[in-house]
Design a protein around this ligand. Structure first.
Ligand code: GTP
Ligand code: MG
Length: 246
């Protein structure tokens, strides 16, 4: 029943709506109540389990970062992590990606090919903490690195900077252990501030092309200023750390 769970009806937004649709459809075919319930269960449970796996993987990764944050605060001055924001990608965005990537509409294909269903964004004050945290995460023996993209060393042409890791983490369910993929984005406060504004601009449809060109250029400029700010703040911090050692 997990086969073709998404097929034929992309307007279905979530598991509950799917249940209602299925029940309505089944009533027309004169199925009895028990048969309808069975079908709903068969359809809904794999989808709910699919999303629950990603929620659990987020718990695992968040906990790992919280533990590192606690431990780092004992060694260095203050907590390296300012905040952690996590999300499971919603149905609509998954379907849009399935269509864009021309994937088979099965849970298996989605799990195999879409790497950012679970997303954890870790925001730090300083750039060096990003690399320190990433290194500590990756050296844990239950974490497998699938892909790493360093947009801090090589920013995108837009000016976007962040360190991206696609990792796999095991979750322990009632009777099974399952490896689940999570996209981890590590950024400084300055990088996050920039990315949020640039994201807003990307989705604005009513800006005239000449204004858009000007704003895009302005944002590239802001990205350079933000990179320079990160680097200068890091230098000041290093100096403070060094002088408090003496
Ligand atoms: P998708 O973009 O998710 O299909 O995958 P990809 O393999 O191209 O991943 P990439 O690592 O380039 O980007 C993944 C995510 O990083 C995006 O979903 C955004 O959250 C963020 N990101 C990447 N590029 C930009 C950018 O130019 N601006 C902003 N604001 N965010 C970006
Ligand atoms: Mg994405």
């Amino acid at each position: 029943m997990t086969e073709n769970i998404f097929s034929g009806n992309n307007s279905i937004q979530d598991a509950d709506k799917m249940a209602v649709e299925l029940a309505r459809f089944s009533q027309n075919l004169n199925f009895n109540e028990e048969q309808i319930l069975d079908m709903v269960q068969e359809t809904i449970i794999p989808v709910e389990q699919f999303f629950a796996n990603y929620t659990c993987a987020i718990y695992e990764i968040e906990t790992k970062f919280k533990v590192l944050n606690e431990q780092f605060s004992l060694i260095y001055d203050g907590n390296p992590i300012e905040s952690i924001k996590s999300r499971v990608k919603d149905y609509d965005s998954i379907i849009r990606k399935v269509i864009k990537k021309n994937l088979p509409r099965t849970l298996e294909a989605i799990e195999e090919n879409i790497n950012d269903i679970a997303g954890v964004r870790v925001i730090c004050a300083f750039e060096e903490d990003i690399y320190r945290l990433a290194k500590c995460l990756l050296q844990q023996d239950d974490i497998t690195l699938i892909r790493q993209k360093d947009y801090i060393k090589d920013p995108k042409p837009s000016g976007y900077r962040s360190l991206h890791l696609i990792v796999s983490v095991p979750i322990f369910l009632e009777n099974e252990k399952k490896d689940v993929k999570v996209e981890v984005q590590l950024r400084t406060i300055a990088m996050d501030f920039w990315a949020s504004l640039e994201h807003k601009l990307k989705y604005k449809k009513n800006i005239p092309p000449d204004k858009m060109k000007m704003l895009t250029k302005e944002l590239i400029d802001c990205a350079n200023i933000s990179a320079s700010l990160d680097s200068r703040m890091q230098n000041v911090r290093n100096y403070i750390l060094k002088s408090s050692d003496q």
